[in-house]
Design a protein around this ligand. Structure first.
Ligand SMILES: [Zn+2]
Length: 837
């Protein structure tokens, strides 16, 4: 299959303009394929050659301006259109198209709970040609007229409101859309359960497969309430009215992303419809995703990037607005979670060799394969941090004025970074292009390292600034009084756009704790001076502002990753300080790092055992009678299960169906628990099968696959390996993921060592066979990341040197190698001695 290059897209956009897609989809033809009939009406501005894209199983009929196309015109996923005369044209293609099990194109899912089948489309970024014939690039917008034939008892949803055709059972017609980019076309079809309402004169809907109906019904009020709040807030901020005719949110199975911003028909992963208990942070994240996707209706859908070098502009903007609008309209405090989780993702990605500027130069994104790689922590979290810094600098009023200028100029069209910067500069009168050069065209985080000294009646700060971005940030100076941190004063500091050392003098004695970037308004790695670090490790939970505590925990995390703080000291700090930490999002994230990275990767042997014990002790304390908040108890139960090294307590919870004092074991917790028992060799195939029979759902199937792969015996590992990598490719995206998650564990090192070498050819072949999504998954989840060692690093290095995996996997391997080297450095820095007893 050919990959579209930027220069091909530019040529095509010069040659043609597209007027309309008329698409007719028939989903009544069996389990393997559906029929797609597309007519594209377009105009050539001059005589010339071009091509459309389609990736069919078989072409049934194809005509250009009424004449049959030569079958030789179809090759490599393209339809050659040669000798076009200037003027109007009509391309018609009818083809059998493959259903997918990887979440790309038209994904087909049969629910094990009741045998019902569900479909949904995912066209982003390059998968439209798996659904319909298309000039598949974002700047060739056209109106869409979609009709669908489906089994009679199904519901069909499209970008425009879908209605049944009178007298034709199973036939649906979707209202004509405004001009859309091809990657935004969407259709959802199946016996979905729907809840509908109306708001601001528009139909709103929520949809989910029937086996989750009761769980959607339970949360429908909350979801609609959130949706309305977001909608009203955007209506208040933006001059441009909501651009589409409806707002449906379909929660669909085995979805790869969090959600997708199809105009009028957002698709979201159906894990957001909870059948088991979740934490407040998870609930808040669902709200942020709803707000994020709605932000895209304007930024992304109404005004769309011209080429994929501006993915960040789409995603950073939606990410920023998603958090801001949830902050504005609900009781949640989402910026804490942003600081603790999303930004950590951004910093991690930004320190890898594969990092890139937030806004890459167009030449750095020469084709769609390279664009795919930029859906990462830079384009989302770092970009949103940069926008937050821009808003801090411009003020919200000018920022929104700039946005409105941008929408007005480019509505239903396409725009570039230069257009966006132009609108911001016009609205604010500030030198935004210079800001953009520093913030958006550079890569890597700046580092801010303070040094504090005492003088006579004053204290002096030397702030070393590595990296060239300008920052507006806050310094927080705290005193320690009776074991508590008390805010003395805050100072706003403007750091110039230059590498160097800033010196400042302040009256009074030196503070016990100095926090650089207090309130987390900028994006930079910040260090604590030695005395501040010691103070922090005593009084951290008493710092009054959760964002301050987040910055301090983030700094400690960074120091662990950089080999400057013993990982065991981090685990020990978590053990001592988290019981008094009021912000549950912070508790959740610090435990996650302590058990995932610290115990899972940065420590080995006795030190690893010590870290697991510390997490286990912490969890036990948090599960004590003093903790009544169900979210904290749930976080603690999950931590206890993950850190268990003996099966005794887990077995008794499993038998009684509850953690003493709560939570009760709901299906998700039961599977997590059984997975840990499997890792410890304390369950059997029979018990796993019995649990799967008890929970005969998709989650149950995934849970059972994860557990079977986690059994510590040769037969189990061999079976899991074959399921993942055998060319029969029987596993869906989700079942592949579950099996990969079950497979690798540091506890099984001996059993798994032979698989390290086998991984590279197997993953490379899989990624070449199964496309982008499985390529990403193979690199991210099926890699032996927990078998930290020079041998794993050497094999990865050699494979990358001597072979050429597809870009999605190659990027994954480069990142894994970098993480592996970092882990080896951290292990080397602190040896295998125990700093904590
Ligand atoms: Zn997005």
């Amino acid at each position: 299959m050919a990959t579209l290059t930027r220069s091909e897209a530019e040529d095509r956009a010069r040659l043609i303009e597209v007027r309309q897609y008329a698409i007719d989809l028939d989903f009544t033809g069996g389990e393997e394929t559906f029929t797609s009939a597309t007519t594209i009406r377009f105009r050539a501005r001059q005589a010339g050659d071009t091509f459309a894209e389609l990736r069919p199983t078989a072409v049934r009929r194809a005509t250009l301006d009424g004449d049959d196309l030569d079958p030789a015109a179809f090759a490599e996923g393209r339809i050659a259109l040669t000798g076009l005369a200037e003027g109007e044209h009509e391309l018609s293609v009818t083809a059998a198209m493959p259903y997918s099990r990887t979440g790309e194109g038209i994904h087909r899912f049969t629910d094990p709970a009741d045998g019902l089948t569900y479909l949904y489309s995912m066209c982003c970024m390059t998968e439209s040609p798996l659904v319909y014939a298309a000039f598949d690039q974002p700047d060739l917008k056209a109106v869409f007229d979609v009709t669908v034939t489906a089994p009679e008892d199904w519901t069909v949803l499209g970008n425009g409101v879908a209605t049944r055709v009178d007298g034709e059972p199973g036939r649906w017609i979707c209202a004509t859309t405004p001009p859309l980019s091809t990657y935004l076309m969407a259709v959802v079809a199946g016996p979905y359960h729907s809840v509908r309402t109306e708001h601001a004169g528009l139909p709103f809907g929520l949809h989910v497969r029937r086996s989750l109906a009761e769980h959607l019904d339970k949360d429908a009020d909350e979801l609609f309430d959130l949706t309305r709040r977001c909608f009203d807030r955007y209506a208040e901020l933006y001059d441009e009215p909501y651009p589409f005719d409806s707002y449906d949110q379909a929660f669909v199975p085995e979805f790869n992303a969090g959600a997708m911003e199809n105009p009028g028909l957002v698709t979201l992963r159906d894990e957001f419809i909870y059948r088991s208990a979740v934490t407040e942070t998870q609930r808040q994240t669902r709200g942020v995703v709803i707000a994020h996707e709605m932000a895209h209706m304007w930024f992304g859908d109404l005004v769309t990037l011209r080429w994929w070098d501006d993915i960040w502009l789409n995603e950073s903007f939606a990410e920023f607005m998603g958090y801001q609008v949830i902050d504005d309209t609900t009781g949640y405090e989402p910026w804490n979670e942003f600081a603790v989780a999303r930004k950590a993702w951004g910093y991690d990605v930004d320190q890898r060799p594969t990092t890139h500027p937030v806004a890459p130069e167009p030449d750095a994104v020469p084709d769609t394969a390279s664009a795919w790689l930029n859906f990462d922590g830079i384009s989302y979290a770092k970009g949103a941090s940069a926008l937050r810094q821009l808003v801090t600098w411009l003020g919200e009023k000018d920022f929104i004025a700039g946005i409105n200028d941008h929408f007005a100029r480019h509505r239903f069209g396409n725009a570039t970074l230069a257009d966006f910067i132009g609108s911001m500069a016009r609205a604010s009168g500030r030198p935004v292009p210079e800001w953009a050069d520093r913030w958006l065209r550079t890569s890597g985080p700046d580092t801010l390292t303070p040094e504090v000294t005492d003088g006579a009646g004053e204290w002096r700060l030397r702030l070393q600034h590595k990296g060239g971005r300008p920052h507006r940030l806050t310094l927080g100076a705290y005193d320690e009084e009776e074991g508590r941190a008390v805010l003395r004063e805050r100072h706003t500091l403007d750091l110039p756009a230059a590498d160097g050392t800033a010196e400042h003098t302040f009256p009074g004695a030196r503070p016990a704790l100095l926090v650089v970037n207090d309130g987390d308004l900028t994006y930079a790695k910040v260090r604590l001076d030695r005395a501040s670090r010691e103070t922090a490790l005593r009084v951290l939970p008493t710092l009054p502002d959760p964002l301050t505590r987040t910055v301090v925990w983030g700094s400690l995390r960074d120091m662990v990753r950089d080999g400057e703080l013993d990982p065991l000291l981090y685990a020990d700090a978590a053990r001592r300080l988290l019981p008094d930490e009021p912000a549950t999002a912070l508790v959740e994230s610090v435990i996650g790092f302590a058990s995932g990275q610290v115990a899972g990767v940065y420590l080995a042997g006795r030190r690893r055992a010590t870290a697991l014990r510390l997490v286990g002790d912490l969890a036990a304390e948090l599960l004590g009678p003093a903790t009544t908040d169900p979210t904290r108890r749930l976080i603690a139960a999950r931590a206890a299960i993950g850190a268990a090294t003996e099966p005794g307590e887990l077995r008794s919870w499993y038998a009684s169906g509850t953690v003493p004092g709560g939570p009760h074991l709901d299906p998700e917790l039961r599977w997590q628990l059984l997975h840990r028992l499997a890792v410890l060799g304390a369950t059997t195939r029979e018990e796993i099968a019995a649990e799967a029979a008890r929970d005969a759902t998709a989650v149950g199937e995934e849970g059972a696959a994860r557990c079977r792969a986690a059994l510590p015996d040769e037969e189990a590992k061999a079976a899991a390996w074959e399921a993942m990598f055998d060319p029969a490719d029987r596993l869906s995206n989700y079942l592949f993921l579950a099996t990969a998650q079950g497979f690798w564990h540091p506890e099984h090192e001996e059993l798994l060592t032979p698989y390290v070498e086998r991984y590279f050819p197997a993953a490379t072949a899989l990624a070449a066979r199964r496309g982008h999504t499985l390529g990403v998954m193979a690199g991210r989840y099926a890699y032996p990341a927990v078998l930290v060692g020079k041998e794993t690093a050497r094999l990865t290095e050699e494979w990358l040197r001597d072979h050429e995996p597809v870009p999605a996997l190659a990027r994954g391997l480069v990142n894994q190698l970098d993480d592996m080297r970092r882990a080896l450095d951290v292990r080397r820095a602190f040896g295998n001695t125990s700093a904590v007893r």
